[in-house]
Design a protein around this ligand. Structure first.
Ligand code: NAP
Length: 248
């Protein structure tokens, strides 16, 4: 039997980049995947079509996960359609990089709302479902920047460090109900998010990666699928760094 047979997974920001790879990976393991997106319906539709073409089950659901009302509506739809979810991947995220002297409070706030508040909101809704079922796995996408810091990313690093604290705290709260909560900290992965970085910055990053290559979305997706699966049944509250050895 496929390892996610009969399971329902929600991937926030599941239509592009790392989220796309996670959606495809979980579906290839037999999960029914809900591909959340905020504005890019076309890429989400493409992921749903790719999953369906391989005989899998998937659906796109639009919601701005930084908004409490929209998250409540998203989970209401999920309850109506599927009863509950078994796997939540909090992947949606943005950057607004600037040195602190140039960064506006709005740049700070929108990054916290999109990366951290969204994670808390979705965790709260999913926790209710999973505690009732006494099973479930939540994977929050952090970043090595939340561990090591990075100039120009005070807002982003704060949100990603916050995700690690949230993950550990929630893991302690939910462990008695057999619900596991872990984080993934990707390194430098080639997606739209990193496409605009200067060649100079990219080659500096590459030099700092012992395995000598940038990450691919599939590298992160495989690690997420591991944490979501029964193979990780005794792992909770952890942050798995997937970065080619960049931060150790
Ligand atoms: P990406 O290609 O820019 O994709 C971002 C995704 O987030 C898109 O699917 C987008 O949806 C979604 N999203 C943004 N705001 C949202 C909102 N308010 N509500 C719902 N969805 C929203 O980024 P990525 O590189 O794949 O990054 C995915 C995650 O990995 C992020 O949390 C990021 O911080 C983290 N990460 C990335 C790297 C890297 O090097 N790429 C490294 C470490 C961590 P739409 O398609 O609708 O716009």
């Amino acid at each position: 039997m496929a390892r996610f047979e009969g399971k329902v997974a929600l991937v926030t920001g599941g239509g592009r980049g790392i989220g796309r790879a996670i959606s495809l990976e979980l579906a290839s393991g037999g999960a029914t995947v809900i591909v959340n997106y905020v504005s890019n319906s076309q890429t989400a539709d493409e992921v749903v079509a790719a999953i369906s073409a391989k005989g899998g089950q998937a659906a796109g659901m639009q919601a701005d996960v930084s908004d409490a009302g929209q998250v409540a509506a998203l989970f209401k739809s999920l309850r109506g359609e599927y009863g509950a979810i078994d796997v939540l991947v909090n992947n949606a995220g943005i950057t607004r990089d600037k040195v602190i002297m140039m960064m506006k409070p709005e740049d700070f706030d929108i990054v916290q709302a999109t990366n951290l508040r969204s994670c808390w909101l979705c965790c709260k809704e999913a926790a209710r479902m999973m505690m009732r079922k006494r099973s479930g796995s939540i994977i929050n996408v952090s970043s090595v920047v939340g561990i090591a810091g990075n100039g120009g990313q005070t807002n982003y690093a704060a949100s990603k460090a916050g995700i690690i604290g949230l993950t550990k705290s929630l893991a302690k709260e939910l462990a008695p109900r057999d619900v596991r909560v872990n984080a993934i900290a990707p390194g430098f992965v080639e997606t739209d998010m990193t496409a605009d970085l200067s060649d100079e910055l990219k080659s500096a990053a590459l030099e700092a990666i012992p395995l000598g290559r940038m990450g691919e979305p599939g590298d992160i997706a495989k690690a997420v699928a591991f944490l979501a699966s029964a193979d990780a049944a005794y792992i909770t509250g952890q942050t798995l760094v997937v970065d080619g050895g960049m931060v150790m």
